[in-house]
Design a protein around this ligand. Structure first.
Ligand code: NAD
Length: 481
């Protein structure tokens, strides 16, 4: 089942930081895949712009290597590779100086959509925005794409929004949270608002609790310097987990349109109660036989930054009052696994003997691995041994049902949305600020109490206290596997 690919109009895309890690691993291989699918045509131009003094041929070589390494295509069609490399150019540009900007201007076309991808350190966002204006590189069909982290707290996020707003209208600013580009995450909206089945039950009357887990097996992997200044709360909860929470909890928007969707997400964030500090657990991973512990990995023997967070959140509105949301994320956990579990309440009365057992329905939305959904349904245990109940999963794996290779990488989808001018899957400025306003007090509280994260074994499910967070409420985390 192949969905139809409609080519986007010809565009000029400038990737500031075109030689960097993100460009090489995600952006450029993703663009190549869209090109192979016919969504990007040879009339478009992709311009790498970075500090390195490269020729166009050097850049083409770099992109060609990143296609081999990261596109996931086992046998690259050489004709397609050649014509993709033809649409590439490169300019040496200094975000903090005046060199290179006129060369860049010389490459831009009058009519095409212009997208400027800021794949550089956030400290350069303001410089890039101001120079784009100073050198008159933008027109009415120009957009900028900004990467995470968007600020370090409310204050810095507000400042960044203010700087960008000096030069660009909100409708031109695309703040990326690549979780929103994941197929399963978009599917959350399709499942909730495209089916009659779930929505009537989607509230605290029927749902006992919701668990959101984003577990990673990797450690800080060469990003130690950045990560140690950030931690799991800033790096994952404030953005990715918060976005998942919003999509699960929001009211149906009137239309599937950018501001309708984003208005509803914002209402969820604003309805979040401040988190009681007893309901937050922080952790830091220990060593394995072959890999160092967190503190060694970040080269900071006294670091109190968390590589794990679990917390219980409450949303104060009519739909969710009384249904807790448990969030957890961490590094060096047992498995690479992200899922949302919507756990329904018990039936109000059991007609069966106590021996039959009680089971709960749960809808599991798997983001990775094996993207898909499972609905746990209670049935009779087969056999003549009386009436005993058991859970069976109604299971759908997207890869099995829709065929492998169907699911484009999040970045591919999002970059195409930028070109099409669709902001639905991008965060609005007020959304980001509201998300920080909720996480800031948690982080400040840790600092005020000189909180030290609880150690946990690498390869485990996180610190013991995280299990207790659920046990105290008579609930259990789903296994990380
Ligand atoms: P990187 O250090 O690998 O690359 C930085 C790029 O910026 C290089 O191309 C460099 O030439 C360019 N650059 C630096 N100073 C410049 C200047 N003064 N003028 C012009 N160009 C300059 O960084 P990265 O890992 O690719 O990250 C880029 C952005 O993406 C950051 O905001 C980062 O937080 C974000 N991000 C990265 C990842 C990732 O996996 N790498 C994931 C999510 C978000």
């Amino acid at each position: 089942m192949v969905s139809r690919v409609i080519p986007v109009d010809a565009f000029d895309l400038v990737i500031f930081g075109g030689t960097g890690d993100l460009a090489k691993r995600k952006i450029l291989p993703g663009l190549f895949r869209r090109f192979c699918d016919g969504q990007i045509t040879t009339e478009s131009r992709i311009i790498g712009a970075a500090r390195a003094d490269l020729t166009r041929e050097n850049f083409q070589q770099l992109v060609s290597e990143s296609i081999d390494e990261f596109s996931g295509i086992s046998r690259v069609d050489e004709k397609l590779r050649k014509s993709f490399l033809e649409i590439l150019s490169y300019v040496t540009v200094d975000a903090m100086g005046d060199s290179g900007w006129n060369d860049l201007k010389g490459l831009m076309r009058e009519k095409a959509v212009r997208a400027f991808y800021f794949s550089v350190s956030p400290s350069l966002f303001g410089d890039l925005a101001s120079r784009l204006k100073q050198f008159e590189l933008t027109h009415s069909e120009s957009r900028i794409v900004v990467e995470k982290p968007f600020g370090h707290d409310s204050k810095t996020a507000k400042a960044l929004n203010a700087v960008l707003a000096e030069y660009f209208d909100e409708s031109q600013i695309y703040r990326i949270d690549h979780y929103l580009g994941k197929e399963t995450v978009q599917n959350l909206m399709a499942v909730r608002f495209g089916n009659m089945l779930f929505e009537p039950l989607w509230n605290s009357q029927y749902i006992d609790h919701i668990q959101i887990t984003v577990a990673e097996t990797v450690g800080v992997e060469g990003r130690g310097g950045y990560y140690d200044q950030s931690g799991a709360m800033r790096d994952m909860v404030q953005n990715h987990l918060m976005q998942l929470l919003c999509l699960i909890a929001m009211e149906p928007p009137a239309r599937f349109e950018p501001d309708s969707v984003r208005d509803e997400k914002l209402k969820v964030i604003r309805a979040l109660e401040p988190v009681d500090w007893h309901h937050v657990v922080r952790g830091q991973y220990g060593p394995t036989d072959t890999r160092p512990d967190y503190r060694t990995a970040v080269d900071n023997p006294r670091s109190t930054t968390e590589s794990f967070v679990a917390l219980k959140a409450h949303i104060s509105n009519w739909r969710w009052a009384g249904t807790p949301f448990y969030l957890r994320t961490g590094k060096k956990l047992r498995a690479q696994s992200s899922e949302i579990a919507v756990v329904f309440k018990d039936t109000p009365h059991s007609i069966f003997d106590e021996d039959a057992g009680r089971h709960r329905n749960a809808l599991i939305i798997r983001l990775q691995p094996n993207e898909g959904m499972t609905l746990d349904v209670t049935i009779k245990e087969p056999g003549p041994g009386g009436m005993r109940l058991m859970d069976v999963p109604l299971d759908m794996s997207f890869a099995e049902t829709l065929g492998d290779n169907q699911v484009p990488d999040a970045y591919e989808r999002l970059i195409m949305d930028v070109i099409r001018g669709n902001q639905t899957l991008f965060m609005r400025g007020d959304e980001v600020e509201a998300a920080w306003a909720w996480t800031d007090p948690i982080i400040y509280n840790w600092r005020a109490r000189n909180d030290v994260p609880k150690p946990y074994d690498a390869g485990s499910a996180g610190p013991e206290d995280s299990l207790m967070l659920m046990h105290r409420d008579g609930r259990r985390w789903r296994e990380i596997r």
